[in-house]
Design a binder for this molecule. Structure first.
Ligand code: AMP
Ligand code: MG
Length: 330
């Protein structure tokens, strides 16, 4: 018997609802993102966006999947990590739905969900994952019953660095795609701080230096080109080391920044050098969306890992390795 799960994602700027079945079919995946006219994202404004848009997005997800609310056998939600107000708003919707429909509730770790949807799409069993987004930069692999973070940013996430730089260059949020287009026109590389510390990396020094290049008159395409080559080169180095240490045979690239073609090219080069398989999660499943929450919710549910509504408080600082992974062989 197949189980149909509705997954709600709302850790940050995006709210998404996806319907997925236990045989691995993504039946729908609808989302919307708050795009501030100026400045960054305010957690309370993002939460208001989710509460205003949420019900319509959920309705569209059900319609697109060709199901009614009564067909939903399971509700999963992004329990963390993320921005408190956004998480609470999303969790409230999930609790109400689970209670109203009398179905189990599952609290999903957002980072784990990015990995599991990538595994579903690629058929990968046990990859090293490079997860790069607006709020996260992590190199993760499964070891000893948990997804372990082998390396991560010590300060800001790569997507955040791109967006903040882009804002100072007059670009709209999110700036990643425009930086990628500019970088393709870049001709000259200008040195930027290359900051890898063991398995961790840092992007804040690079952000300051890149802004200084721009205000010092270096053409925007050259600055964007230099940012990409440096930032992606750093990621390649720690991904490479993670593959060498763990001896895993698959490399998965996911998160919103995975949409970048140059990053994809660099990491697929790493995979070729180490003779491992490579997969870049397709754009519709790479960013924050509900299908990844629904799919991970199913895996968790089938492993007996649901949560009582009364104990389903959100976990804004939930680390990837704090989630017990009962559905994967140790
Ligand atoms: P997420 O947080 O997973 O929804 O991803 C959003 C982040 O992905 C933002 O920081 C965007 O700037 C970034 N992003 C989206 N498309 C691209 C791209 N083509 N190149 C680099 N970054 C991108
Ligand atoms: Mg994400």
């Amino acid at each position: 018997m197949v189980t149909i799960c509705l997954g709600l994602e709302g850790t940050a700027h995006s709210f998404g609802a996806g319907v997925v079945s236990s045989d691995g079919k993504v039946m729908s995946n609808v989302w919307d993102m708050i795009r501030p006219q100026k400045g960054g994202i305010h957690p309370r404004e993002a939460a208001r966006h989710h509460s205003e848009k949420g019900p319509t997005i959920i309705r569209h997800a059900l319609e697109e999947a060709g199901v009614t609310a009564q067909d939903i056998q399971l509700v999963a939600f992004s329990r963390g990590p993320g921005l408190g107000p956004c998480l609470r708003t999303t969790a409230t919707m999930a609790r109400v739905l689970a209670l109203h429909l009398s179905v189990p509730l599952v609290g999903v770790n957002h980072c784990v969900a990015h990995i599991e949807i990538g595994c579903l799409e690629s058929g990968f069993q046990d990859p090293v994952t490079v997860y790069v987004s607006g709020g996260n930069t992590q190199v993760i692999a499964f070891a000893g019953g948990r997804f372990r973070t082998f390396g991560e940013t010590l300060d800001i996430a790569i997507g955040n660095m791109l967006d903040v730089f882009g804002r100072s260059a007059g670009m709209r949020f999110p700036a990643g795609p425009e930086i990628e287009r500019e970088a393709q026109l870049g001709r000259e590389y200008h040195a930027l701080p290359y900051s890898v510390k063991g398995m961790d990396l840092s992007y804040s020094g690079m952000l300051t230096a890149a802004r200084r290049l721009l205000s010092g008159g270096v053409p925007l395409p050259d600055v964007c080109f230099s940012i990409q080559e440096t930032a992606f080169g750093m990621l390649a180095e720690i991904a490479e080391r993670a593959i060498a240490h763990t001896k895993k045979r698959e490399l998965l690239l996911t998160g919103g920044v995975a949409r970048n073609s140059r990053l994809t090219e660099i990491l697929s080069g790493v995979a070729v050098r180490h003779d491992v398989r490579f997969h870049r999660v397709s754009p519709s499943l790479a960013g924050d969306q509900g299908a990844m929450i629904a799919w991970t919710g199913i895996l968790q549910y089938l492993a007996g890992n649901t949560v009582d509504v009364a104990e389903s408080q959100v976990l804004p600082r939930w680390r990837t390795d704090e989630q017990e992974i009962r559905w994967r062989a140790m």
